[in-house]
Design a protein around this ligand. Structure first.
Ligand code: HEM
Length: 178
């Protein structure tokens, strides 16, 4: 998993709670690198799972809620640091339509070892989309937060529903903007 995901999580904890809380979480997670992440480094996904486990224990919030909130924050960070990738997109559904063929392709060029999910547009109208998400990491809550963050970025009012499908590691997001 790319370092920017870790550095963004630490920044969120520092900004939304406190630097002391962020330090506590890093210490309690007992990470291999003592929490010294760089944005362009790569770190094992289980380190993120450790951080999430500590956060669940400390905040008593479900992992889904924490991942959603983090996804929302992360979109803001990605839009800041890689704003050119969002240029020319009219709204959330346009951005999602080209996520796999454009945005995440550019991410892969910059960071060849990035662990990216697979998004497939199953159907699309002007104001609705059925989007399939596949990832062995099953970060669908993170994806929901990223989508809500993107909707806010574009000023779209999003309603959505998530369904886990029969296929392994696969979810479908039913999205409507209005
Ligand atoms: C609404 C828009 C977006 C959605 C729904 C989305 C979704 C996701 C999800 C769910 C992941 C976690 C990996 C996984 O699920 O296995 C991810 C990773 C990532 N995405 Fe996106 N993304 C969006 C936009 C962007 C944008 C604008 C950038 C710009 C740089 C970006 C860059 C990345 C990066 C760097 C990673 C981390 C890869 C790694 O950990 O190695 N994404 N994305």
């Amino acid at each position: 998993m790319l370092g920017i995901v870790f550095t963004s999580l630490v920044e969120m904890l520092e900004e939304n709670v406190s630097p002391e809380f962020a330090d506590e979480v890093l210490t309690e997670a007992n990470l291999e690198n003592d929490g010294a992440f760089t944005a362009v480094g790569y770190y094992p996904f289980y380190e993120m799972e450790k951080l999430l486990g500590v956060l669940v224990a400390k905040t008593q919030q479900p992992a889904e809620v924490l991942l959603h909130d983090f996804g929302y924050f992360l979109f803001g960070r990605l839009a800041q640091t890689h704003g050119q990738m969002m240029a020319g997109k009219q709204g959330l559904l346009d951005a999602l339509e080209i996520l796999d063929d454009d945005i995440h392709v550019q991410v892969r060029k910059l960071y060849p070892d990035a662990d990216l999910p697979i998004f497939t547009v199953l159907s699309r109208t002007d104001d609705a989309m059925l989007l399939r998400y596949y990832s062995t990491r099953e970060l669908y809550s993170l994806a929901e937060g990223l989508m809500d963050g993107a909707a806010a970025h574009f000023g779209d009012r999003l309603t959505r529903k998530t369904v886990k499908t029969q296929a392994p590691h696969t979810y479908e997001f039913s999205l409507k903007v209005g």
